[in-house]
Design a protein around this ligand. Structure first.
Ligand code: LRH
Ligand code: MN
Ligand code: MN
Length: 382
């Protein structure tokens, strides 16, 4: 198999291990973690069975603990590290009309202070990235001054950026709708890019695959952000309709393949590129640990296919104007079944050939179901 696969690392979101749901119902799953420490233990289990998930992202304050240095040691004892720190200014009443964009300087300051506290957490956890997603926006035309909000956002972000250490980065995530429905203050990659470019070299864009209008050519955005060196991270998930946060590759494996083709084309498989490959998913009705195992395997499988593209032949076909030939070369790679070879490759590295099955047979699920009573909600409504 391609050596590039050996260094592939996918970051797991702590919140994928908690109970989550829709506004209609949150179903409890037996064995759900009761503490951040148990979420990390479950994430480490995904890594143990796949070798693909060495880091765990935290969401603050969902994953608040008093001692983040101890939490870092706890993660390391389990064979993983703490990764991206996600801020959260979308659950407090004070942010009803915005956070970093709010018209009231006192509310803006509160939101900025939360981010500064997140950077303190990063110092303790050893995290590189502060990921910011804002629920800021309006529901009705005229409700807010679009331009004033953008200016205030720039000012707030600059204050946060200034506090970062030399090895730390700010990653700004965009989303075109929800919870605001008329406009959001960071709706698209263009706005995110404009804002982060104004900050400095260590400010990047986060691309959440579920945050685009249906039909958007996401791989084009991946290409462009890599081209200008501003793709900081992915939040991988899949969607049928809105921001569904379903298992990546479940709704549209071909789209995931096309994204990974551009990742490889743009040099982002190289860990030195600094692109973080994260999941941002919720498991509403399926078991969470196998849900995460399936997710990282889907990314690995589509990466293996994307690595099969005969790039020399493709370049030749493109140069010759051979439309169907070029398309055929891409499709040949997509349709190749890489699963048997990946299974052998895993075994050669001391990993189970079939991680889903190995997990099911391991007894871990039965153990956590017996041990844990009253598991935590992922965050919403907690
Ligand atoms: C917003 C989002 C963002 C949040 C996460 C819980 O829809 O994608 O990344 O931090 O969901
Ligand atoms: Mn996200
Ligand atoms: Mn989302």
């Amino acid at each position: 198999m391609e050596p590039a696969l050996a260094s592939q690392a996918i970051e797991l979101p702590s919140w994928a291990f908690g109970n989550s749901g829709t506004r209609f119902k949150v179903f409890g799953t037996p064995g759900t973690p009761r503490t951040v420490q148990e979420k990390i233990a479950d994430a480490a289990t995904v890594h143990r069975f796949t070798g693909l998930a060495p880091t765990v992202a935290l969401h603050i304050p969902w994953d608040h603990v008093d001692d983040y240095t101890a939490l870092r040691r706890h993660a390391e004892d389990h064979g993983v590290a703490l990764g991206t720190i996600n801020s959260n200014t979308f659950q407090d009443d004070v942010y009803k009309f915005g956070s970093l964009t709010h018209v009231d300087p006192a509310v803006r300051q509160q939101a900025v202070d939360h981010h500064l506290a997140c950077i303190d957490v990063m110092d303790a956890t050893g995290s590189r990235d502060l990921k910011i997603w804002l629920a800021d926006g309006t529901n009705y035309p005229g409700q807010g001054d679009l331009r004033g909000r953008q200016d205030r956002l720039a000012e707030s972000l600059a204050t946060i950026y200034d506090r970062l250490g030399p090895e730390q980065r700010l990653v700004l995530e965009y989303k075109f709708f929800e919870p605001a429905f008329y406009h959001t203050d960071v709706p698209d990659w263009g706005t995110s890019l404009v804002q982060v470019t104004a900050l400095g070299e260590r400010a990047m864009v986060c691309l959440d695959t579920g945050h685009h209008a249906p039909g958007t050519n996401i791989e084009f955005i991946v290409m462009q952000l890599l081209r200008v060196g501003r793709l900081g991270s992915f939040d991988f998930n899949s969607r049928f309709y809105a921001d569904d946060d379903l298992i990546v590759g479940a709704a549209d494996p071909f789209q995931l393949f096309r994204i990974l083709v551009e990742v490889i084309r743009g040099g982002a498989m190289d860990p030195a590129s600094g692109v973080a490959f994260m999941l941002d998913q919720c498991h509403n009705v399926e078991l969470k640990i196998p849900g995460q195992i399936r997710s990282v395997l889907n990314v690995q499988e589509m990466t293996a296919k994307a690595l099969l593209v005969d790039t020399d032949a493709l370049a030749e076909a493109q140069a010759a104007g051979d439309v169907l030939g070029a398309n055929g070369i891409l499709m040949d790679a997509f349709w190749t079944d890489v699963r048997p070879e990946l299974a052998r490759w895993r075994e050669s590295r001391g990993l189970p050939a079939d991680p889903m099955r190995a997990y099911a047979e391991s007894g871990y699920q039965q153990q956590i179901e017996a041990e844990r009573v009253g598991g935590q909600q992922a965050g919403w409504g907690a």
